[in-house]
Design a binder for this molecule. Structure first.
Ligand code: 5GP
Ligand code: ZN
Length: 138
C-alpha cells in the first residue's frame, strides 16, 4: 500500500528522484538529503509502514539483513571507522518522516557527532530499576 501524501512513498516509487545506492523489488536505499556524516543513507521499504510497529516481522527481518549487507559494503567503500544503525519510531523518539526508514550512518573518528548520536544517562535507584525489570521480564 502507498500513501499519496507520503514523501518516502514518492521517493521509493521513483516519483521523486533520489540518489539511490541500492534497490530491489522491496527496498530502496538512498542518500539522506541532510546527512549526519558522509555516506549517511536510508533504507526505505517500497510499501508504506508508518513505523516498526506496523511492519510485518518478515519484512523487519529482511530490513536487518539488508542493513548488515549495506554496512559491510559501505564500510569497505568509504573506509569509515565505525557504523551506526538508527531507527526512530514516533515523534518522542525523533521520527520526522512517518514512513519506516532505517538510518545507515558511517562514522569517522572525530566526525563531530559524538554527542548527537548518544544519550544522557538516567540515575535510577535500585527500586526503580527493579520496577522496570519486573514490568519487562517475560
Ligand atoms: P527521522 O528523523 O524521521 O528518523 O529521519 C528522517 C530523515 O529523512 C532525515 O535524516 C532527513 O534528512 C531525511 N529526509 C527528509 N526528507 C528527505 C528527502 O526528501 N530526501 C532525502 N533523501 N532524505 C530526506
Ligand atoms: Zn509512505
Amino acid at each position: 500500500m502507498r500513501d499519496s501524501n507520503c514523501i518516502f512513498c514518492k521517493i521509493s516509487g521513483g516519483e521523486i528522484p533520489s540518489k539511490t545506492i541500492y534497490e530491489d523489488d522491496e527496498f530502496r536505499v538512498i542518500l539522506d538529503i541532510s546527512p549526519a556524516t558522509r555516506g549517511h543513507a536510508l533504507i526505505i521499504p517500497r510499501e508504506h509502514y508508518a513505523n516498526l510497529y506496523e511492519m510485518p516481522e518478515d519484512v523487519a527481518g529482511r530490513v536487518m539483513i539488508l542493513a548488515k549487507k549495506m554496512a559491510g559494503h559501505m564500510t569497505e567503500l568509504l573506509q569509515c571507522d565505525g557504523f551506526n544503525i538508527v531507527q526512530n519510531n514516533g515523534e518522542a523518539a525523533g521520527q520526522t518522516v512517518f514512513h519506516f526508514h532505517m538510518h545507515l550512518i558511517p562514522r569517522y573518528a572525530g566526525d563531530g557527532n559524538e554527542e548527537k548520536l548518544c544519550w544522557n544517562h538516567l540515575e535510577l535507584s535500585a527500586e526503580e530499576l527493579e520496577d522496570i525489570f519486573r514490568k519487562l521480564k517475560q
